[in-house]
Design a protein around this ligand. Structure first.
Ligand SMILES: [Fe+2]
Ligand SMILES: [Fe+2]
Length: 205
């Protein structure tokens, strides 16, 4: 086993229970085309999910107004990543099945109260943003190329803001105590997913 030498503060990034395996950045460094392709599709999915939430909950005014600009921002991210792909004469590869996201969706409450299902959709997004932020931090600190370090630092800051936004949106509609409790369950579940996954060098999640 590799040793995980992280400070308390790094381990606690955004409340995530487990850090990304440090080997991930080493693998990432040698597969930039795959990293960029995967990253581009993550941004596309983020934009899509925000659009779906607006379609599902048109009467939730705060949600619609908060997410409408995020759609633009995420699509802007997609375009930024695409620009990097083009600059390097890489090709935008196919979208891959994202087992991480599949596992998260499995944990979403399917029946029960409308409120519970709504909360789980927001917390899924908060978690994806938090984990993306953590991965971008690893890339911004671990990659050799100063250009890419800076490139990923900007994404890191942006996704951290989105994480906060999804939690705040949940608290706008749902008792913050309920949000906190369920968030804790999500964090524990996500830690299990991470532990069960092999190190993958080509994915942002
Ligand atoms: Fe993004
Ligand atoms: Fe985001």
């Amino acid at each position: 086993m590799e040793d995980f030498q992280y400070s308390e503060a790094t381990r606690n990034i955004l409340g995530l229970k487990l850090p990304t395996d440090p080997r991930w950045v080493d693998l990432a460094a040698i597969k930039m085309e795959a990293i960029l392709t995967d990253h581009a599709w993550c941004e596309q999915k983020a934009a899509n999910t925000c659009i779906s939430l607006i379609q599902r909950y048109p009467r939730k005014t705060e949600l619609v107004d908060a997410l409408a600009p995020i759609v633009t921002e995420e699509w802007g991210h997609f375009r930024l990543v695409l620009q990097e792909i083009r600059k390097r004469n890489f090709v935008l590869g196919n979208q891959r099945r994202d087992n991480y996201v599949v596992k998260l969706i499995e944990f979403q409450q399917k029946g029960g109260s409308e409120e519970g299902r709504f909360l789980d959709q927001l917390l899924t997004m908060a978690l994806i943003e938090a984990r993306s932020c953590e991965r971008f931090k690893r890339l911004s600190e671990g990659l050799e190329d100063p250009y890419f370090r800076n490139f990923y630092r900007r994404f890191m800051e942006s996704e951290a803001g989105h994480y906060v936004l999804f939690i705040e949106l949940a608290e706008t509609y749902i008792d913050p105590e309920k949000v906190r409790k369920r968030w804790e369950e999500w964090l524990n579940y996500e830690a299990q997913i991470l532990q069960s996954q092999e190190v993958r060098g080509e994915t942002i999640h």
